[in-house]
Design a protein. Structure first.
Length: 137
């Protein structure tokens, strides 16, 4: 096994070097990717559409898709999604975005929890993803 931490150059890391956006564990012919919690921010680190779970969810999965692509994976390779919502009443909006993006049956494993707040004012959702990078196709 060979672990590495990075921020792909092809995806803006709005929080600079405060943390690695992805931990990669190379095993056998593929890899396991553990993406840090992502929030719906623009390339400068400003929350998009404060309070809007749908817009933030869409942005989060744009970021996640970019990080995955930089490692040779896609949303189809996601194994588990862990979501943190500041209000579970926002779950239907978030679920609609997920249904649109994850069409496989069954969809990825999932954990969703409600938290009192997130670290950026206006952020209403944070998402962590675990994905498998397939062996060279």
């Amino acid at each position: 096994m060979r672990p590495t931490l990075d921020n792909p150059r092809t995806v803006a890391a709005p929080f600079g070097d405060r943390f690695a956006h992805v931990a990669r564990l190379d095993v056998g012919g593929g890899a396991l990717l553990l993406l840090a919690g992502q929030v719906g921010v623009d390339d400068d680190g400003h929350v998009v559409a404060p309070g809007d779970v749908v817009a933030q969810s869409e942005r989060i999965f744009e970021i996640v898709g970019g990080v995955l692509a930089a490692h040779g994976a896609s949303l189809a390779d996601v194994l588990h999604i862990r979501s943190f919502l500041t209000d579970l009443d926002d779950l239907p909006g978030y679920a609609a975005v997920r249904r649109r993006l994850f069409t496989a049956t069954p969809p990825p494993a999932s954990t969703t929890v409600e938290v009192s707040r997130l670290f950026l004012p206006g952020a209403v959702i944070e998402v962590e993803v675990t994905a498998a990078v397939p062996a060279a196709r």
